[in-house]
Write a protein that binds this ligand. Structure first.
Ligand SMILES: [Zn+2]
Length: 455
């Protein structure tokens, strides 16, 4: 759908496709989900009350870093206020293009991707093909390793003597600066016929037994589906893939640097709104000029990526962020709104959705990223009263990275605080307490807003 909305010149067809998409499960036929969604909402209220909570969100959030629906809402509201004016600016920018091209219509929701693409080409002019030669996969991997070395003193030693689960694996031993053993790292970077899509961190064995005489060291893997080498050309990554490599490596470090007694609480066994901090924070480094100078070298000439390309990558991060943030927040707030109801819903879910989002000031050019009749995350998946976790983690990682910006990008003291209070503690303590011990304060959303160009 998205490539079509982005490239199809035929406006009527764009409308037909997009309207079909946003009305899934909402056509008053045998596939209509309105009654089912309403029933789910109401049953959840009942369940929460049986457990002694006022609403379902209270029941879910008690175990999360946010703790209360009010705390989650407080953040969502702040971000909403910052993002909405930017989305409106983006509408104006696109309307200018429509007018200039002689279109006699007002930008509609089904036009967004098409005109945003024109803004992107005119304003940002970023060609991924131009970047890829600087992101040869082994260089990027070594960049991630170099970062862990600079921050934590960790060494990565290739171990060709250890059994692999597939011949394509690369195996490394992680050691502390003093040479002591941390764990074994399997990398499995490329797609195969038998492999699931996506990228993730997993473990054969988690760390446990810290402080006992039976300490177990971790055996961890990063599984990805990165671009494969073709002929004589090595695997060259897109900027998205570079971010993914650093992201999954961050999850791996969370597992490796764990110092917990119990397996159940070690490594990445933390609440949903905290688990993406160690991974997402690593993404902040990968396109910083100081970091690029270390690993982003042209695979043929060895030349470091030129400064003007770096600037382009950084600018592109601000493209269309009003839209992306508002579209996402609308869905998060809708999720939270349903799950903070204390009395059963009587109206139909689409009426509820419309009234709530219009009340927030959502503009007609944008729909919630997921609407009530196809909001899989909250009605079929495990994200009920939890869809906010993505941006919550975004605030955490941006604010955490700010600690390095305030000192230096590879500041060892800041890294030690992060390691001691976040990476090593697993789920053994309240995540907000851990974060405050690292940062000296609760997370602040400014860094995220600046990164997205919203402030
Ligand atoms: Zn992740």
């Amino acid at each position: 759908m998205l490539p079509f909305l982005q490239y199809a010149d035929n406006r009527d067809l764009r409308k037909e496709l997009y309207m079909g998409y946003v009305n899934r499960g909402n056509n008053n036929n045998e596939y209509d989900n309105k009654e089912i969604a309403k029933k789910l909402v109401n049953l959840r209220i009942e369940r929460a009350k049986l457990f002694g909570y006022n609403n379902y969100a209270e029941y879910v959030l008690e175990k999360n870093m946010a703790k209360t629906p009010e705390k989650a809402f407080e953040l969502l509201n702040k971000l909403w206020k910052a993002a909405l004016p930017n989305a409106k600016k983006e509408v104006k920018e696109m309307q200018k293009i429509i007018n200039k091209e002689g279109g006699k219509f007002k930008l509609a929701s089904w036009d967004w991707w098409y005109y945003a693409d024109k803004v992107k080409k005119a304003k940002y002019n970023l060609d991924e093909e131009e970047l890829k030669p600087y992101f040869e996969i082994n260089n990027v991997r070594d960049g991630a390793f170099a970062l862990a070395n600079k921050l934590y003193g960790i060494k990565f030693i290739p171990r060709n003597d250890i059994a692999k689960f597939n011949p394509e694996n690369q195996v490394f031993e992680l050691q502390e600066a003093d040479g002591s053993h941390i764990g074994i790292f399997y990398l499995d970077y490329h797609p195969r016929a038998s492999k699931r899509g996506g990228a993730w961190m997993s473990s054969f064995r988690k760390q446990s037994g810290f402080g006992t005489d039976k300490e177990v060291t971790p055996i961890i893997m990063n599984i990805c589906n990165f671009t494969k080498p073709v002929g004589d050309t090595p695997a060259l990554l897109t900027p998205d893939e570079v971010e993914t490599l650093f992201h999954e490596f961050g999850h791996a470090l969370h597992g490796f640097l764990s110092k917990c007694k119990y397996n159940y609480l070690s490594g990445t066994s933390v609440s949903r709104d905290f688990v993406e901090l160690p991974s997402q924070v690593m993404e902040n480094w990968c396109f910083e000029p100081e970091m690029l100078a270390i690993y982003a070298k042209h695979y043929q000439t060895g030349e470091v990526i030129p400064a003007e390309l770096v600037k382009k990558i950084q600018n592109a991060g601000k493209f269309n962020q009003g839209f992306a943030t508002v579209e996402y927040l609308a869905a998060s707030m809708l999720d939270m709104k349903y799950h903070t109801l204390t009395e059963p819903l009587t109206e139909d879910v689409m009426t509820f959705e419309k009234n709530y989002l219009e009340g927030l000031g959502l503009i007609p050019e944008i729909y919630s990223r997921y609407r009530s009749t196809y909001f899989n995350h909250i009605f079929a998946g495990g994200y009920s009263a939890g869809y906010y976790a993505y941006i919550w983690a975004g605030v955490l990682d941006s604010d955490a990275f700010q600690a390095f910006k305030e000192t230096s990008l590879f500041d060892k003291q800041t890294a030690k605080l992060f390691r001691d209070n976040v990476l090593s503690r697993g789920g053994t303590e309240d995540p907000m307490e851990l974060y405050k011990r690292f940062r000296g304060a609760e997370p602040n959303e400014d860094a995220l807003l600046i990164k997205r160009g919203l402030k």
